[in-house]
Design a protein around this ligand. Structure first.
Ligand SMILES: Cc1cc2nc3c(=O)[nH]c(=O)nc-3n(C[C@H](O)[C@H](O)[C@H](O)COP(=O)(O)OP(=O)(O)OC[C@H]3O[C@@H](n4cnc5c(N)ncnc54)[C@H](O)[C@@H]3O)c2cc1C
Length: 566
């Protein structure tokens, strides 16, 4: 996958997707697979915005049972199974647990009934052909078991618990990248760091976009019969650039935050309702109630998700220490024994999710539950433009299927069945994950140790040998990178040569996830930067700039160690 800006300005695409979050990535893959001429751009790195910050849960929609929204629950169950099948190395079962209380809707009989109903609705969830992907039935556990597994919880309200199974992405950044790599394999043209600044418009017909290479500042046009605005939290900002589109809000911004901490609970993701009191900025005591999850991921816990309305520009959002303190108060009230402190917050993930209108900073917000597609020809009389609002990583593939169905109609192309739910994405050509993994460990190419092979297979799946192909050129690339991970130097080379990594942060955060859980350390940053310097012919000055820029992303590190000292 090569970054070829010149190519983008040649000819006319059928579909140009603006925004390479999970929605745009899935649309590009589906549209290219169905034979359309596709381009995909992002103003930052692929998946660098909200999609990089998801909790990594592939939901089966259990929570929507309480709304009796059975079609949505079924859809999410289907998508969970599809994701486990098309990316078996990246999506794995995860056990969830929730305490029951004396409140009727959280009582043991009601929760047990919900588990039963959930199992019935998801009767076909295990038809994947892979025993490792099996999701057992939900069941109740005793109060004693519950307290043993969740020692941090406030025991006074607990009557017992329930356990159910969902799925989790091992590496959501590589999941997104795999959709993009798949799109490229079937002909899509893609580029990161290309911003849509405006539209090419003939009256009420959109004919493409005015683009800018963010790395060089060069402006150019990309022509397309259909433009798909998949800009996430920037959707409305992009629409403001269209002459003739009504300025009503399509993506009502709210900010969602997760905190990364040392691991709190190891075997289960723990769900609980947090009821806590806090002071607003005028010092008035207020009450808030929220669904809280503490999810094990690698050696960490992902704690959240905390939702607040947001009225600023998406580029200007900053997570404050006050907000972190409030979130910790919320967790510690629900799990007094856990007692998380600000210094336990290793890193934070935040992004934008759409909320219903009327959300209030103090009394909470109502999140939009279903994805939507806006056809601006019927909504505004402007042709050649669709906007999509994606509300869940889990449903992005299904959203893309609908978008491409619509695109085919608009382009007056014959309808072609969507195959993305059953076609393995890049690296996903694995029938039974554990069998595949143990075979690779037994083969041990280059005598690689089991933890390194495990790391490679979990991240790159059936494509992991592509990472090893560079070893014939330089055996030293088999060496591990400094730090705690099992990553090897060849992965950095692969990120640059085959995965369009152009900045140090692309590799650290999204190709190799070296810094997704916490600051990876100066040694790791420097080792990766030095390989990139050689690959991309950076000067030493440029390399130090990249290191400084990367450190600035990890603000907590910058505070401890001024960048000026570099
Ligand atoms: C904290 C948090 C936890 C979550 N947890 C889960 C979870 O566990 N499971 C789940 O299913 N979902 C979860 N979600 C929801 C899920 O992450 C989002 O619904 C999804 O990632 C949205 O993807 P997107 O592609 O619409 O947006 P984004 O990922 O934001 O992508 C939009 C892209 O458009 C680009 N862009 C914007 N303007 C322009 C322009 N002018 N030119 C070019 N590019 C542009 C941006 O750079 C960005 O990369 C979570 C969300 C958050 C914030």
């Amino acid at each position: 996958m090569k970054r070829d800006i010149e190519q983008l300005s040649q000819g006319t695409y059928d579909v140009l997707v603006v925004g390479a979050g999970i929605a745009g990535a899935c649309i590009a893959w589906d549209a290219a697979q169905r034979g359309l001429r596709v381009a995909l751009i992002d103003k930052g790195d692929f998946g660098g915005a909200t999609s990089a910050n998801s909790m990594k849960t592939v939901h089966g929609g259990l929570r929507y049972l309480q709304d009796a929204n059975l079609p949505l629950v079924r859809k999410m169950i289907y998508e969970r199974k599809a994701m486990m099948q098309i990316a078996p190395h990246l999506v794995h079962p995860l056990a969830f647990m929730m305490p029951t209380t004396h409140k009727l809707m959280k009582s043991k009989p009601v929760m047990q009934a919900a588990m039963k109903l959930n199992d019935m609705i998801s009767f076909d969830r295990n038809q994947t052909g892979d025993p490792q992907k099996e999701l057992p039935n939900g069941h109740a556990i005793s109060r004693a078991e519950c307290l043993e597994l969740m020692p941090g919880m406030d025991a006074s309200k607990i009557t017992g618990g329930v356990v159910w199974y969902d799925a989790q992405m091992y590496n959501s950044d590589r999941m997104l990248l795999s959709f993009i790599l798949s799109a490229v394999e079937v002909g899509a043209h893609v580029a990161n760091y290309v911003q849509a600044d405006g539209f090419l418009q003939d009256g009420r017909q959109i004919e493409g976009i005015q683009a800018r290479d963010v790395l060089t500042g060069e402006a150019f046009n990309i022509r397309s019969r259909l433009v798909i605005n998949a800009a996430g939290g920037w959707t409305d900002g992009l629409l403001n650039a269209v002459n003739g589109v009504a300025t009503k809000t399509r993506f009502n911004l709210s900010v969602a935050v997760n905190l990364i901490t040392p691991q709190v609970y190891s075997d289960y993701a723990v769900a609980s309702t947090s009821d806590y009191t806090y002071k607003d900025k005028n010092g008035v005591e207020r009450h808030r109630s929220n669904m809280l999850l503490i999810v094990p991921w690698r050696q960490y816990s992902i704690v959240g998700t905390f939702h607040r309305p947001y009225s600023g520009h998406p580029d200007e959002y900053v997570l404050t220490d006050e907000a972190i303190a409030e979130y910790l108060n919320e967790v510690n009230t629900a799990h007094p024994g856990v007692n998380l402190k600000p210094e336990d917050v290793l890193w934070h993930h935040e992004g934008f999710v759409p909320m219903e209108e009327g959300g209030d900073e103090y009394d909470g917000i109502d999140l939009v539950r279903e994805d939507s597609i806006h056809d601006h020809s019927s909504e505004d009389g402007v042709d050649g433009l669709l906007s999509v609002v994606c509300v869940k990583y889990t449903t992005a593939r299904a959203l893309a299927e609908k978008v491409v169905n619509k695109a085919l109609k608009k382009l007056e192309r014959p309808s072609i069945n969507c195959r993305t739910a059953v076609t393995p994405i890049h690296g996903g050509h694995i029938k039974q994950f554990l069998t595949y993994l143990s075979r690779q460990i037994a083969d041990a190419p280059y005598d690689l140790k089991p933890p390194v092979l495990e790391h490679l297979v979990y991240n790159y799946g059936s494509a992991y040998r592509q990472v090893l192909k560079y070893i014939t050129e330089n055996e030293r690339w088999l060496e591990p990178l400094p730090g705690d991970s099992d990553a090897i130097a060849a992965e950095v080379v692969h990120s640059v040569r085959s995965e369009m990594a152009v900045k140090l942060s692309d590799v650290i955060l999204r190709r190799m996830e070296l810094g997704t859980g916490e600051y990876p350390g100066d040694d790791t940053l420097e080792a990766v930067a030095d390989i990139m310097r050689q690959e991309l012919a950076w000067t030493y000055e440029k390399m130090h700039q990249e290191i400084a820029e990367c450190k600035r992303i990890f603000k907590r590190v910058e505070e401890k160690e001024p960048v000026a000292a570099l």
